[in-house]
Design a protein around this ligand. Structure first.
Ligand SMILES: *Cc1c(COP(=O)(O)O)cnc(C)c1O
Length: 381
């Protein structure tokens, strides 16, 4: 029997055709497909600007740089995330501080973040990086209030959540990454995420100033537009130290066709989530859904007492579940630099029980029924 992974990409003929067309076009990189992808992505998300980057990790790196994070400055994030959400702070020489998660939504706890921020003098922290864990958009309106009170910026790590939304206190639906309550949002186009580009990422913002900084940082710190007319057409200036974090036209072409299918695929992911919930309701704990929120469901996580037992049992059935995530503050690198210390009980308890079940649009009903049957069999002993 074929294996059932926890996640996988869906590539169709139109995706293949789009990539092949780009291969014989004039530009393989720095051409029109990049801009087209950025424009379509910004429109879909409802943000003013989008900057395509080589991956979300690169996006997070230039996001903290665009917000002027400096050596020794402190940023708060969640321990239940992929390490990249924290690593970007380290790239800029900053310090990572962790606040605990909410034990119902598994996302950064507002209360824990507030407690941490208020335990230090104003100016101690520079920013917060909430993560839309599993695809559940964080209610950023509440984080914005806290951030504004203490002069903090917000980078939303939305690698899991394109197509999700939450509802704010005015009853308005806020698309994940529309930057109404965040300064910058970062998305990933790794194949296991919603939109597959092979590698790729996008940073969105409503600030023209941040947009310009991101564009420059993505491409060596070089600025070419609106240069002094006294210079020739070849003229450019390298104004700051930037990187080559560009996305290619080949990847962008794939991103465009993938993006067009995201809405439908998020709906399919929610169909799968509903079926899991119906089967597990009252028997197994899963991520809760705050009212007015659409979880884009990168993951479907359950909590079980004998997590390793279930993981191993599912492997014998060719079901490859996964664990998201080993808490970042317990990874050897972070342990060695000693940024633990905060009370992260919810995160550690969550980690002892969490397991991610197969969740991807092409998972068939039959396959999902098989997964559910095996999980329930194991739990019922
Ligand atoms: C995947 C992921 C990233 C990094 O994405 P890449 O595109 O692989 O660099 C960052 N944050 C979170 C939460 C992720 O899941």
């Amino acid at each position: 029997m074929k294996t059932i992974p926890y996640g996988r990409q869906s590539i169709e003929q139109e995706d293949i055709d789009a990539v092949i067309q780009t291969l014989t076009a004039d530009y393989l990189t720095q051409g029109p497909k990049v801009k087209e992808f950025e424009d379509k992505f910004a429109e879909y998300i409802g943000s003013k600007f989008a900057v395509a980057v080589s991956n979300a990790t690169a996006g997070l790196h230039i996001a903290v740089l665009a917000l002027d994070l400096k050596q020794g400055e402190r940023v708060i994030t969640t321990p239940i995330t992929f390490a990249a959400s924290a690593n970007c702070v380290r790239y800029a020489g900053g310090e990572v501080w962790f606040a605990d998660i909410d034990s119902e939504t598994y996302t950064l706890s507002l209360e824990s973040t507030k407690k941490l921020v208020e335990s230090k003098p104003k100016g101690f922290f520079k920013g917060i990086i909430p993560v839309d864990f599993g695809g559940l958009p964080v209610n950023l309106e509440k984080f914005r209030q806290l951030a504004d009170k203490h002069g903090l910026w917000i980078i939303e790590d939305a690698a899991h959540a394109p197509g999700g939304y939450f509802t704010d206190s005015k009853g308005l639906k806020q698309n994940c990454g529309n930057n109404v309550y965040s300064d910058l949002t970062v998305f990933s186009f790794h194949p296991v995420k919603h939109i597959a580009c092979g590698e790729g990422g996008m940073v969105t913002t409503n600030s023209e100033m941040l947009y310009r900084k991101l564009c420059s940082l993505r491409s060596h710190g070089i600025v070419k537009d609106n240069m002094n007319e006294n210079h020739g057409g070849w003229y450019y200036e390298m104004q700051q130290l930037g990187y080559n974090y560009r996305l290619t036209d080949i990847q962008s072409a794939l991103g465009i066709t993938q993006l067009a299918k995201n809405e439908r695929r998020v709906a399919r992911r929610n169909e799968i989530a509903s079926k899991y919930k119906d089967a597990f309701n009252g028997k197994v704990r899963y991520q809760s859904l705050p009212e007015g929120t659409l979880n884009a469901h990168h993951l479907f996580v359950i909590e079980v007492e004998d997590r390793k037992g279930l993981y191993d049992f599912l492997r014998t059935q060719n079901i490859y579940s996964q664990i998201h995530y080993i808490p970042v503050h317990t990874l050897p690198y972070y342990k060695a630099i000693g940024y633990q210390g905060a009370d992260l009980k919810n995160a550690e308890k969550y980690y002892s029980k969490c397991i991610s079940l197969p969740m991807y649009p092409s998972l068939t009903n039959k396959e999902q029924s098989f997964v559910i049957e095996k999980v329930l069999t194991y739990i019922n002993g």
